[in-house]
Write a new protein. Structure first.
Length: 396
């Protein structure tokens, strides 16, 4: 049976991690895989999560199956986090939601739902977008296309070109937008630009599909939800794939949420039944553990405050590292201005250098990041930033 299968090249990011592990240079620097790291280069368990785990261990009495939609307290807490307290669409029973195994699981089941709605729907993604969007959506059998997003030459969003393309997309198609902290570029729409995009969505009738994987890593948990909430306010139908991997640090527990805002409350149970049937046909039901932890955190004032403070701390650390990198690049004689890195948000930045320069800094200085020039800002620390900037300057 298996003899027909060709071996596939390793995923570029996972291949890079393997190359990093194999590198014996004691001063090697890993800016590849998208995981938050502290000053010591560790990814510790978030304090509020550790406390929630202790409580769950005390209170959990069974490992029987949970319901197909997942942990209800998790879903309610997440809807409030994503859409705001007392969101009118939620109050009007216009929101269906199902817990999913990670943001990836949510993206995939939502893609399957789109396929059931419209076999011919095309999903438009930003150029560039997170590489895994392509298989997650494409493997559901949907066609993909791109809208212009980022210009490496000017290190800025190509907003006019983006809007021009969005104005040509018809009803029945879908536009994938990053809620905040765009992966891979770190370049986010301003609130005014979100308003213009929402207006085009209204006029054209295409469906906004929002990927929210970094809420709280941009400005703060509320501000980062601006575009997503605006879309829900502006158009009748929106779908959202949310992830708790980064902001709760629950990567391996696979905690996500698929949200479907419907045009009217009569459609909500129908959409809910469809998405649950899709999940049943793939993995039956989501893992409970991570959702149960988020439920505990979001429904305890003290734990929630502690979690918010930790999100603030992660975000502020990354913001400070951006500023430090920009300063060090200038101090070490970079031939161009890197201050655009300060304007980008979240865990990633495009350094806007060439693949050849990325490969040279890897080969000559053991600095690892993907050829697109996307770096994980959280991989920088006070001990490596000087060496990193010198290495970068040496290949420019
Ligand atoms: C843009 C984006 N969307 C979704 C995800 C999904 O994350 P997970 O499946 O780990 O929750 C990620 C993770 O890196 C991401 O960067």
């Amino acid at each position: 049976m298996f003899e027909v299968l060709p071996a596939l090249a390793p995923d570029p990011i996972l291949g890079l991690s393997a190359a990093f592990r194999a590198d014996t240079n004691p001063n090697k620097i890993d800016l590849g895989v998208g995981v938050y790291k502290d000053e010591q280069g560790n990814t510790p368990i978030v304090g509020a999560v550790a406390q929630a785990q202790a409580r769950l261990l005390e209170s959990e009495t069974s490992k029987t199956y949970i319901t197909p939609q997942g942990v209800q307290g998790y879903i309610d807490g997440m809807l409030e986090l994503l859409l705001g307290k007392g969101n009118p669409a939620v109050l009007a029973n216009r929101v269906a939601a199902v817990q999913a195994p990670g943001g990836c699981g949510a993206l995939r089941i939502l893609a399957e739902l789109l396929k059931r709605c419209n076999d011919n729907a095309k999903v438009w993604v930003s150029d560039p977008t997170w590489a895994n969007h392509i298989p997650l959506i494409g493997n559901a059998g949907l066609a993909l296309d791109t809208y212009p997003y980022f210009d490496k030459a000017t290190a800025s969003i190509r907003f006019d070109a983006m809007l021009d393309t969005l104005k040509t997309i018809p009803k029945g198609d879908v536009v994938l937008l990053h809620a905040c902290c765009h992966n891979p570029t770190g370049a986010d729409l301003t609130q005014d630009q979100w308003r213009q995009v929402a207006e085009v969505a209204q006029q054209q009738g295409w469906l906004p599909f929002i990927d929210s994987a970094y809420l709280g890593f941009g400005d703060d948990l509320e501000t980062d939800a601006f575009g997503m909430r605006l879309m829900v306010e502006s158009v009748p139908e929106v779908i959202i794939a949310a992830s708790c991997s980064k902001n709760f640090g629950l990567y391996r527990e696979r905690v996500g949420l698929a949200v479907m805002v419907t045009e009217n409350s009569a459609q909500t149970p129908i959409v809910q039944s469809q998405i649950q049937a899709i999940a049943r046909g793939i993995y039956s039901m989501p893992p409970s553990y991570g959702g149960a932890l988020v439920d505990i955190i979001l429904h305890d004032d003290a734990l929630k405050a502690s979690w918010v403070a930790e999100v603030d701390e992660m975000r502020n650390r990354m913001r400070d590292l951006r500023a430090l990198l920009v300063t060090k690049m200038a101090e070490n004689g970079a031939p161009k201005d890197f201050s655009f890195v300060n304007d980008q948000k979240g865990m990633f930045s495009f350094l806007c250098i060439t693949p050849e320069q990325v490969q040279a800094v890897r080969a000559e200085h053991s600095v690892y990041f993907v050829d697109s020039s996307r770096v994980n800002i959280a991989g920088i620390n006070l001990s490596n930033v000087d060496a990193l900037s010198k290495a970068l300057v040496s290949v420019l």
